[in-house]
Design a protein around this ligand. Structure first.
Ligand code: PEP
Ligand code: MG
Length: 591
C-alpha cells in the first residue's frame, strides 16, 4: 500500500519509556502484516500439523541461538530469563494445542495460529494487573516469530542493521531488543508497547532512547525518512524542519553534556555548603536496575518494592526464592544497607493471584500492611525470608501503609514470633535488624510522635501521603491539578513527621517521587531531611543541587513558605528562590 507523503514537522506522541534524544534516519523493520487464512482439505490436515510442528522447532532453534549469543554479552545475561519465557510459551498448551485444534478443524497453519493468538490476546486484555497484561507482549512476540517462519516472510532482523539508524517496528520482542547493537540502534519506536513491558525495561537498562505505543507509526514512515526521537518526553518528530532539527540538536547536546557532567558526581558525597551530609539512596524494584543504579552512585537502597517479586507470576514466591532475591540485592549493595519494604499490594498495584476481592475503593481498601496482616502465612514467609537473608548484608525492614499503633504492634508481634521460630529451627539472622514504617497516611502523621517511640526509622511516602492528605487520587488525570506536593498542608505534615522523628532520635527518610525532584531539595533540607531515596537516575541531578545549597538557607526558606496560604504561592516563591540561588540550573528546562 502506497504511503501518503509525510508533512514536515509531523509530531507524534507516545509513551516515553527510555530517556534521551536521538536524531537520524528511519530503518523500518516490520509492520503489521495481514495474514491470510484459507480452508484445507481433510487429507491435508496431517501435513499441515507437521508444518506447524516444524515451525515450532525452527522457532525453538532460533531462540536457542539468540540465547547463546546473548549469554556472551555480560550486561545482558540477567535478561536471559525472557528468552526462557519465550521457550516455555512455545510449549504452552493453549498456544500449541489451540492452534492444532484449529488446523484439525480445517484451517491452514497461519490462519489457525492467528485465531489462537487472537483468543489469547483477548484473555490477556481482561487481566486487571498491568504488569501481567503487558506480558501478552511476550506471547505476541512468540506468535510473530512463528508467523514469520510459517509465511516465509523475510523480515529484516535487528541484528542485521548495517548502519546507524532509528529503528521503527510494529512491535519489538524482548529477544530482538536484546540483540540490538547500541552502536547501530540510535533509538527505537514501536506501534505497540507499554511502560512495564519487558522491551521498555530493557530499553532503560540499555539506555537507548525509546518511545512506544505510537499505534500507527509503521504505516506512516519509510526507510531513510529523517526523524527525531525524544524518549524523555515521549515524542517522535518525522521529517523535522531545519529549525526543529537545530533545536533538537542543541537539546541533544545539552542532554549529553549534562549526562557527562552528572557522571562526574558519581563518587562525590551529597554535602551542603554548610557541611550537612545527605545520603542519597535508590528506589529499586528488580535486579535489572542494578547496573543503572551503580552507574549513578546509589548509596544503598532506601526502598526495595518487593511487590515486583509477586507481580507477573502465577505463584507467590517461595521463602527460598525470596531469600535468593534479597541475597542478590544485598550482595550487590554491600556495604550499603537495603531497606526491604514488605509486600505493598492492593490499591493500584494489583497482584492478580492475591488481590482477589473486587474492591469499590481499593486505595482505601485491603492494601499494604492490612493485606499482609490478613494473610498471615504469606506475611510470615516474607518476614522469614528477609530475616534469613539478613546474614548476607545490612537489611532494614519496613512496613507500608501503617495507619495506627495497632497495625504496627501486630506486625512487630508477628516479626518477633518469626524470629523465635527461626532461632528454634537453627536459622541465623541479624537479631538487631532495624524496623521502620512508611508514613503515608494522615493518621500516621498525626500520631508520628507516638509511632516514633516504637520504631527505628520513618520513611515518608509522599506519593501516597499527598493523595490521602489532599484526597486526590494519584492516578486520576481529572484531579491531577490538585495533586500538589507544595500544598501548605503537605508542608505542615512533613514538618510534623520530621520533628517527631528528631525528638525521638530516629532516622527519617523521604522516598516518594518528591525526593528525586531537584527543585524540592532546599525545602527538604530545611525540613531536616538527611536521607532521600529516589529512582537512581535522579541521584546525580539532586546531588548536583544539594552540593551548592546550604541547609540554613533551607530553614529560612521554610519559615517564609509557612507564611503562605496556597500551593501556588508556595510554588512561585520556591521557583523564584531556586532561580536566584542556582540560575544556571533552574533557568534551563533540562533539569
Ligand atoms: C509512596 O507512597 O510515596 C511510596 C514511595 O510508595 P509507592 O509509590 O510504592 O506507593
Ligand atoms: Mg506508597
Amino acid at each position: 500500500m502506497a504511503k501518503t507523503e509525510v508533512a514536515t514537522d509531523t509530531y507524534l506522541v507516545g509513551i516515553g519509556v527510555s530517556p534521551g534524544i536521538s536524531i537520524g534516519e528511519i530503518n523500518l523493520l516490520s509492520h503489521s502484516a495481514s495474514i491470510d487464512e484459507w480452508p484445507i482439505a481433510e487429507d491435508e490436515i496431517a501435513a499441515e500439523l507437521e508444518r506447524f510442528q516444524w515451525a515450532l522447532q525452527q522457532a525453538r532453534e532460533q531462540l536457542l541461538e539468540i540465547k547463546a549469543s546473548v549469554s556472551r554479552k555480560k550486561h545482558l545475561r540477567e535478561h536471559l530469563y525472557i528468552l526462557d519465557t519465550h521457550l516455555l510459551i512455545l510449549e504452552d498448551e493453549m498456544l500449541v494445542q489451540g492452534t492444532e485444534k484449529e488446523i484439525q478443524g480445517g484451517l491452514n497453519s497461519e490462519g489457525a495460529l492467528k485465531r489462537t493468538l487472537r483468543k489469547l490476546r483477548q484473555m490477556f486484555e481482561n487481566i486487571e494487573d498491568e504488569y501481567l497484561r503487558d506480558r501478552s507482549s511476550d506471547v505476541d512476540a512468540v506468535g510473530s516469530r512463528l508467523m514469520r517462519i510459517l509465511t516465509g516472510e523475510n523480515e529484516r532482523s535487528i541484528a542485521d542493521i548495517g548502519h546507524k539508524a532509528l529503528v521503527v517496528a510494529h512491535d519489538l520482542s524482548p529477544a530482538e531488543t536484546m540483540q540490538m547493537d547500541r552502536e547501530k540502534v540510535l533509538g527505537f519506536v514501536t506501534d505497540k508497547g507499554g511502560q512495564t513491558s519487558h522491551t521498555a525495561i530493557l530499553a532503560r537498562s540499555l539506555e537507548i532512547p525509546a518511545v512506544v505505543g505510537l499505534e500507527t507509526i509503521t504505516s506512516l514512515v519509510h526507510d531513510g525518512l529523517p526523524a527525531i526521537i525524544d524518549g524523555s518526553n515521549g515524542i517522535v518528530i518525522l521529517k523535522p524542519s531545519e529549525e526543529t532539527f537545530k533545536e533538537y540538536l542543541k537539546r541533544k547536546q545539552s542532554y549529553e553534556y549534562l549526562e557527562k557532567e552528572l557522571h562526574g558526581f558519581r563518587d562525590l558525597p551529597a554535602i551542603t555548603t554548610d557541611n550537612v551530609r545527605v545520603t542519597l539512596r535508590g528506589n529499586l524494584e528488580m535486579a535489572s536496575e542494578f547496573p543503572v543504579s551503580r552507574k549513578h552512585g546509589t548509596e544503598g537502597v532506601g526502598l526495595y518494592r518487593t511487590e515486583f517479586l509477586y507481580l507477573g507470576h502465577n505463584e507467590t514466591p517461595s521463602e527460598e526464592e525470596q531469600i535468593e532475591a534479597y541475597r542478590e540485592i544485598l550482595t550487590e549493595m554491600q556495604p550499603e544497607s537495603v531497606t526491604i519494604r514488605t509486600l505493598d499490594c492492593g490499591g493500584d498495584k494489583i497482584v492478580s493471584q492475591l488481590n482477589v476481592h473486587d474492591e469499590a475503593n481499593p486505595a482505601m481498601g485491603l492494601r499494604g500492611i492490612r493485606f499482609s496482616l490478613s494473610e498471615g502465612n504469606l506475611f510470615r514467609t516474607q518476614l522469614r525470608a528477609i530475616l534469613r537473608a539478613s546474614v548476607h548484608g545490612k537489611v532494614r525492614i519496613m512496613f507500608p501503609m501503617i495507619s495506627g499503633v495497632v497495625e504496627l504492634q501486630r506486625s512487630k508481634r508477628i516479626l518477633r514470633e518469626v524470629q523465635l521460630e527461626l532461632t528454634r529451627d537453627g536459622h541465623a539472622f541479624d537479631p538487631d535488624i532495624e524496623i521502620g514504617i512508611m508514613i503515608e497516611t494522615p493518621s500516621a502523621v498525626l500520631l508520628a510522635d507516638v509511632l516514633a517511640e516504637q520504631v527505628d526509622f520513618f520513611s515518608i511516602g509522599t506519593n501516597d501521603l499527598i493523595q490521602y492528605c489532599l484526597a486526590v487520587d494519584r492516578g486520576n488525570e481529572h484531579v491531577a491539578y490538585l495533586y500538589e506536593p507544595l500544598h501548605p498542608a503537605i508542608l505542615k505534615a512533613l514538618q510534623m513527621v520530621c520533628r517527631a522523628a528528631n525528638n525521638a532520635g530516629i532516622d527519617v527518610c523521604l522516598c516518594g517521587e518528591m525526593a528525586g525532584e531537584p527543585i524540592y531539595a532546599l525545602v527538604l533540607l530545611g525540613l531536616g531531611l538527611h536521607e532521600l531515596s529516589m529512582n537512581p537516575g535522579s541521584i546525580p541531578r539532586v546531588k548536583r543541587v544539594i552540593r551548592r545549597l546550604a541547609k540554613s538557607d533551607g530553614e529560612v526558606l521554610l519559615q517564609d513558605l509557612q507564611q503562605l496560604q496556597t500551593a501556588k504561592e508556595v510554588s512561585s516563591h520556591l521557583d523564584r528562590k531556586m532561580r536566584e540561588l542556582l540560575p544556571d540550573i533552574f533557568d534551563q528546562s533540562l533539569i
